[in-house]
Design a protein. Structure first.
Length: 445
């Protein structure tokens, strides 16, 4: 007999079928036992005799054969898709037994460290599954939009010969006795690809060895990257970014209603056009609103990001806002300086509900200018010879941006910590298990 998914059983009323899944809960009522059977499509109630499920408990994996029938009116459950029917079991087979659960995975009232320590178990929880169904839709929407806009997907490498962004926040690896690194971003490869494909995107892993633990940073994250050439203006980049992010929010709203309801989340609201402010303008607004004077700072602090988002929501009716023109020395060497003021760049961040979720800008496409900046930023041109080939032999005006998938999930759902938006988070203290438990810390040579 072919297996039927739980959600499909409503089509088989009064017929005998086979279903499989995990025991989500067990309720004993004298001469009968009710099991809630969970599979990837949802929950289904199983009516069975006590003798047939003597040893069965939560998380046992079962194969059940039986007849689909209507529930009594007083037992209908409107909260689930199969709430009007149940299966009267005629045969139950245990496919796998389960140990006693360390905690109730339905309520999941545990700390974040415990949640992650037991990740193979806790993602069976309905709310945790909902988080990653939404992440799946975000990535799917991104890919769909990019293809519709004429972008080609490519697969970027994650082992690189040098630090893309410069600085010390990189993971060094021993590569056949040579020095190599885990990529901070696919930036250089995105730009190289423009020489052949003009418009590209990639969905890849990126790595930041930032020596801190915050609610907004991961050591490994999912990067949704875009690069496009033959732009007329750097504003083209923000226009494209706006299309992408609005489509993501729209698709999540349309296709993830069940998950949003489960998590009690509301998709961020945007105005017809997402507002755009220069960083110094934003800092002046923050000063006028709060008296906090960060007008000479080279970047927005986390408190500043939250405050300017409050301003955008109050005055512009948008929970998203573009901040532009970040200082030249605070951006990577390939960022294009503003022709009207070279101390600032044609770059931007997109903030959502108080957190940066996108960063991007126009790139330097002229070979000599790029070579000069590589030197000025303290890098050695010989380390960039492979990358520079693309520009030495002609590259049109171009730019791009990247979206942090986990950050988008975090802000849509209002999660407290970005680790909740990562299935298997990596940080200073964890690679699946806590490092202090897994292995002793290596001594520095």
């Amino acid at each position: 007999m072919k297996r039927i998914l739980n959600a499909q059983t409503i089509k088989y009323l009064n017929k005998k079928i086979k279903v499989c899944g995990w025991v989500d809960s067990r309720r004993d009522h004298g001469g009968i036992v009710f099991l809630d059977l969970r599979d990837r499509s949802g929950i289904l109630q199983i009516l069975c005799s006590p003798d047939s499920v003597k040893e069965v408990k939560e998380e046992y994996v079962l194969e059940v054969e039986g007849e689909v029938r209507k529930r009594p009116i007083n037992m209908i459950n409107p909260e689930i898709e199969t709430g009007k029917i149940e299966i009267k079991a005629s045969k139950i087979k245990v496919l796998a037994r389960a140990k006693t659960l360390p905690f109730d995975i339905k309520t999941l009232k545990v700390s974040l460290p415990t949640l992650l320590d037991y990740r193979p178990l806790t993602f069976r929880n309905e709310k945790i599954r909902a988080i990653f169904k939404i992440e799946e839709e975000i990535i799917s929407s991104f890919r769909k939009t990019m293809r519709k806009l004429g972008f080609s997907e490519f697969q970027a490498p994650t082992i690189v010969p040098l630090a893309t962004e410069g600085g010390a926040d990189v993971f060094h690896i021993d590569y056949y006795n040579y020095d190599a690194y885990l990529a901070q971003s696919p930036q250089l490869y995105k730009q190289i690809m423009l020489g052949a494909l003009e418009r590209v995107f990639t969905i890849t892993r990126a790595y930041r060895a930032e020596p801190s633990i915050t609610t907004r940073h991961l050591s490994e994250y999912i990067s949704l990257d875009v690069e496009m050439s033959f732009i007329d203006s750097w504003a083209d980049l923000m226009d494209t970014c706006e299309i992408v992010i609005k489509n993501i929010l729209s698709d999540v709203q349309k296709k993830c209603q069940k998950e949003l309801k489960t998590l009690g989340a509301i998709v961020p609201k945007t105005s017809s056009k997402i507002p755009r402010l220069k960083m110094r303008e934003a800092q002046e607004i923050i000063f006028q609103r709060t008296g906090r004077d960060n007008r000479q700072e080279p970047d927005l602090s986390p408190e500043d990001e939250k405050e300017i988002c409050n301003f955008a929501q109050e005055k512009k009716k948008s929970e998203l806002v573009f901040i532009t023109h970040y200082p030249t020395k605070k951006r990577p060497f390939y960022t294009y300086p503003d022709p009207e003021d070279s101390d600032y760049t044609l770059s931007f961040d997109l903030l959502c509900r108080g957190l940066e979720i996108v960063t991007g800008g126009q790139r330097i496409h002229e070979y000599e200018k790029l070579l000069k900046n590589i030197k000025e930023w303290g890098n050695k041109p010989k380390n960039f010879l492979f990358y520079l080939q693309a520009f030495k032999y002609g590259m049109p005006p171009e730019g791009g941006f990247c979206l942090g998938a986990e950050r988008i999930v975090k802000q849509i759902l209002g999660l407290e910590n970005i680790r909740e938006a990562s299935l298997f988070p990596r940080d200073m203290e964890r690679i699946d298990q806590r490092l202090s438990i897994l292995q002793p810390k290596k001594k520095k040579k």
